[in-house]
Design a binder for this molecule. Structure first.
Ligand code: COA
Ligand code: AMP
Length: 653
């Protein structure tokens, strides 16, 4: 980074986190309560295998709840629940949340769940999601939360990989204009999976039909009613675990159809998230933090559940959308009603609000003066959206970059250390602990500012980042560590500028980001090829004005098949909904005679994407048959791209 007096404090803190790693992280570790305090921060077993706070022992739920109650803050609000879908509003204090978590931990224990056992949590945005996660942490069990927008088969894939003994679920979720009953999905997933589950615990919601009693005849699995079980449970005390014992597994999309189970530890996670609340978000125990995401995503894990509670702050769990529930003022209502200090959401949510309320008229109805910053992540924040919200909101807008794998921000404007100048289009500077390099395809550092390359992080990754992939040390190495020895490959590309600000430009793999939701084009392709008429297909992420990207499918038909376009589209859309889920928001299908390929048979994905997005493109010299591109252009841009030239004739007055 060039000399800038304005960044000195940040630079000193960042430099210490790299050069004096032990001291930096042992200091940070003092912010949480240990059963046995760690004597060292980093224990390196090999250059790529290490653990954080290896000899430390603790309990994460104790740190999120008990210690605040013991410190006399039991009456402080831990959780605000606001459902725009049902109109329910509730405040739950630290004492009340602790009581519920201890009881539900007792329910899990009575169901045979012990330390290290996995529990799948398939719950909508209700307080019970937080209770279930912390209850697992309390007894040393490992939760794996699955997002409600996934189909039964995706749930089954996760059950087969994590092999839980218990599933915690609800009668369903609420989406605008419809209910999403969960129990048929869970039941189907149980039939599709290999049979590790012996108990399903069901939280009945009045708004949605379905309860454990409906499955009383099931002889293979015991279905328990949450409320009845919680009412009679014996509260469980926190179980001491090792720092590196797993806290949770969270599945995320990779390049193949098999999602990767990211493993998070207890100690490193608690230390990193606690540090981040002050260091990045500048949030303390008296503040209200709202991550408008879902507990099924990493943002929900880290910043709806764990980090705000570890910091002793108040977290908001909001069931609703940025628009339509009931209007584009929904976010501002929540901010004003609960005096939210920091709002964290995805750029898509802001674009959705802008589309409906371009003048930000709804904002006038609410007092949002409590907001100290708006943090955005999950996808690229385009400068236009940045300027729109920055001009309208009158509080700092911070774009920060992270991944399910890292669990917390890699680059951000670290407001708790020092507010740095904002550069639209950039996710600002590396967060302490993260040492970023831009590498060329051979793994050589690119030092020239502004030149794009692969974004990599020098090992070791800081505390809180993934320790591996569930059931696959080799898979972990193959996915992240072998491309550039000594580095973690992020899968993102971009550049650093002369001030050390990072610009994330896109992915280098087949992962796409639809409304901040990460999807694998490989898994979408696997689904499309299940259709009997489809011979070959390619799925790409193309530009979408609202969702950033959307998945577009290009298919060729088997010889002899004639299918009407709309019918095939409807069938493929249904297949994706059935096998991946509505969250894929898959709608675009183009039928081609042939896919554009190189002579060696590789599909020219980049060229297809450029054509669809209307970007300039070069005909690759290795192309098998250039006329295939003409057919593609005609298929995706049926209206002539060249504007019609008028002759200057005037309309009659
Ligand atoms: N359970 C069940 N279904 C869900 C779901 C859930 N938790 N979340 C989404 N879906 C369904 C939706 O109902 C929709 O189904 P449909 O095709 O039958 O209508 C589909 O999945 C696509 O949903 P979504 O991507 O939310 O699109 P949308 O058009 O309904 O809403 C936005 C658009 C912009 C309002 C919405 O995408 C949004 O709020 N985005 C914010 C992004 C965000 O918070 N990301 C988290 C990462 S930080
Ligand atoms: P997920 O694991 O679902 O959080 O998705 C992580 C991916 O989302 C990253 O690898 C990036 O491709 C993208 N991403 C997240 N945050 C940002 C950001 N602020 N700017 C650009 N891309 C982002």
């Amino acid at each position: 980074m060039t000399e800038r007096t304005g960044t000195t404090l940040y630079r000193d803190v960042w430099r210490r986190s790299i050069d004096e790693r032990e001291g930096f992280w042992l200091d940070a570790a003092r912010q949480i309560d240990w059963v046995r305090a760690p004597s060292a921060a980093l224990t390196q077993h090999s250059p790529t295998d290490y653990s954080w706070f290896a000899d430390g022992t603790l309990n994460t739920s104790y740190n999120a709840l008990d210690r605040h109650v013991l410190a006399g803050r039991g009456d402080h609000t831990a959780l605000i629940y606001d459902s725009a879908m049902t109109g329910t509003k509730a405040r739950i204090s630290y004492s009340q949340l602790l009581d519920r978590v201890a009881r539900f931990a007792g329910v899990l224990r009575a169901s045979g769940v012990g330390k290290g056992d996995r529990v799948v949590v398939y719950l909508p945005m209700i307080p019970e999601a937080v209770v279930a996660m912390l209850a697992c942490a309390r007894i040393g069990a490992v939760h794996s939360v699955v997002f409600g927008g996934f189909a039964a088969s995706e749930l089954a894939v996760r059950i087969d990989d994590a092999r839980p003994t218990v599933i915690v679920t609800a009668s369903g979720g609420l989406e605008p204009g419809k209910t999403v009953p969960y129990l048929p999905l869970v039941n189907k997933a149980l039939q599709l999976s290999a049979g590790s589950v012996h108990t399903v615990i069901v939280r009945h919601r009045d708004a949605i039909d379905g309860s454990a009693a409906d499955y009383a005849d099931d002889t293979s699995v015991r279905w328990l009613d949450w409320a009845a079980a919680e009412a009679t449970a014996t509260p469980a005390e926190p179980v001491t675990v090792s720092s590196s014992d797993p806290l949770y597994i969270l599945y995320t999309s990779g390049t193949t159809g098999n999602p990767k189970g990211i493993i998070r530890d207890n100690g490193g996670h608690a230390v990193a998230l606690t540090w981040s609340m002050r260091g990045i978000y500048d949030i303390g125990p008296d503040d209200v933090f709202w991550a408008a995401s879902d507990v099924g995503w990493v943002v929900g894990h880290s910043y709806i559940v764990y980090a705000p509670l570890l910091a002793g702050a108040t977290t908001v769990i909001y069931e609703g959308k940025p628009i339509g529930t009931p209007d584009a003022g929904a976010f501002w209502r929540v901010v004003s009603e609960y005096r939210v200090n920091v709002l964290f959401t995805a750029p898509t949510a802001i674009r959705a609000i802008r589309r409906v309320d371009p003048e930000l008229a709804e904002l006038e109805r609410y007092d949002v003066s409590s907001l100290t910053a708006l943090f955005l992540a999950g996808e690229r924040l385009d400068p236009e959206t940045f300027h729109w919200v920055n001009d309208g909101l009158h509080c700092p807008v911070v774009d920060h970059w992270w991944q399910t794998e890292t669990g917390w921000a890699i680059c951000a404007n670290p407001r708790g250390i020092q507010e740095l100048p904002t550069k639209p289009g950039s996710t600002a500077v590396p967060v302490p602990g993260y040492d970023i390099a831009i590498l060329d395809s051979k793994g050589q550092p690119i030092t020239k500012p502004g030149k794009d390359g692969n974004i990599a992080i020098r090992l070791p990754l800081p505390p809180g980042s993934l320790l591996g992939i569930w059931g696959g040390a080799d898979r972990f190495a193959a996915a992240y560590l072998t491309a550039f020895p000594g580095y973690y490959a992020t899968g993102d590309s971009g550049h650093l500028d002369a001030d050390g600000y990072l610009y994330v430009m896109g992915r280098t793999d087949d992962v796409i980001n639809v409304a901040g939701h990460r999807l694998s084009t490989g898994s979408l392709e696997e689904v499309l090829t299940r259709h009997p008429a489809v011979a070959e297909c390619a799925v790409l992420g193309v530009h979408d004005a609202l969702k950033g990207q959307r998945a577009a499918g290009f298919v060729t038909l088997k010889a002899g098949w004639v299918v009407e376009h709309d019918l095939l589209t409807a069938e493929l859309v249904n297949l994706v909904r059935e096998h991946i889920g509505p969250v894929a928001a898959f709608r675009d299908v183009t039928i081609l005679d042939r896919l554009p390929k190189t002579r060696s048979g590789k599909i020219l994905r980049k060229t297809i994407r450029q054509i669809v997005d209307g970007e300039p493109y070069k005909i690759p010299p290795t192309i098998e048959d250039p006329t295939v591109l003409d057919a593609l252009v005609r298929a995706v841009h049926p209206v002539p791209a060249i504007p019609i030239q008028f002759t200057g004739a005037k309309e009659p007055q």
